[in-house]
Ligand binder design. Structure first.
Ligand SMILES: [Zn+2]
Length: 240
């Protein structure tokens, strides 16, 4: 793989080919990230999700009728691998990311992308990746499918709970994105921001934002910001 040409300034196909990424969740948020990372030539892609593909997923997720009622993680790994012209190794794990599976799933992982729809799972992932020193990109879409957000959690500095106190408190139930095709705008925007974030992490590029959001109803469309640590954050314990 190291003999592949680097066609863009600062872009190293070799670095990407040496990278292992873990996708937590194989639904609408992460399915397009999987496709993008496979096409970019990520070395290894691990995907975990305990859910099965349902008919209502097909309008906005990277699955076909052949995948119905099978493991989302396994199907997504197979579909991503079929689009991996540069030879990515893609593995699906039919399990949720939890206290029992986190260690195995994140072993020797370089970067994680957390595309789940519940705050308890986000809080667990935030704590785990911070403890392991693994940078993690968190993705979310609003329940009404009107906006989406991306947050880059580094090895130190602000955590996702610094941005969202409800995540820090692990409050709320799962919020699956609406099963309407209209939400695809947000999901593809989200995948684009996630790929940009992973690229910056892997290539060691300077990036002037750690939070990115997009609103369909906003005439400007989206905005980016640099979030700092929040004193009293229950997740990372800043200031306590
Ligand atoms: Zn925090």
């Amino acid at each position: 793989m190291s003999d592949r040409p680097d066609r863009l300034p600062g872009f190293s196909t070799a670095k990407l080919a040496q990278t292992t990424a873990l996708l937590v969740g194989a639904g609408g948020l992460n399915c397009w990230v999987a496709l993008g990372l496979a096409r970019k030539g990520i070395g290894a892609l691990r995907i975990c999700d305990g859910d099965l593909v349902e008919a209502s997923n097909l309008n906005r997720q990277f699955f076909s009728r052949d995948d119905l009622f099978q493991s989302k993680a396994v199907c997504l790994a197979r579909n991503a691998a079929a689009n991996s012209w540069l030879g990515s190794s893609c593995t699906g794990f039919e399990c949720d990311f939890d206290e029992d599976s986190a260690g195995m799933l994140s072993d020797r992982v370089d970067v994680a992308v957390v595309g789940v729809d519940g705050n308890p799972a986000r809080a667990l992932a935030s704590r785990h990746f911070r403890k392991c020193g693994i940078p993690a990109v968190f993705l979310g879409v609003s329940e009404d499918a009107e906006h989406r957000w991306t947050f880059i959690q580094g090895r130190d500095g602000p955590c996702v709970g610094c941005v969202f106190p409800r995540v820090a408190a692990a409050l709320g139930t799962r919020q699956p994105c609406r099963d309407v095709p209209a939400v695809l705008d947000c999901l593809l925007e989200s995948a684009g921001a996630a790929l940009r974030a992973v690229d910056a992490i892997v290539m060691g590029r300077a990036i002037c934002w750690n939070f990115d959001a997009f609103h369909l109803a906003d005439s400007v469309g989206g905005w980016r910001a640099t979030v700092t640590q929040r004193t009293g954050c229950k997740l990372c314990g800043h200031g306590s």
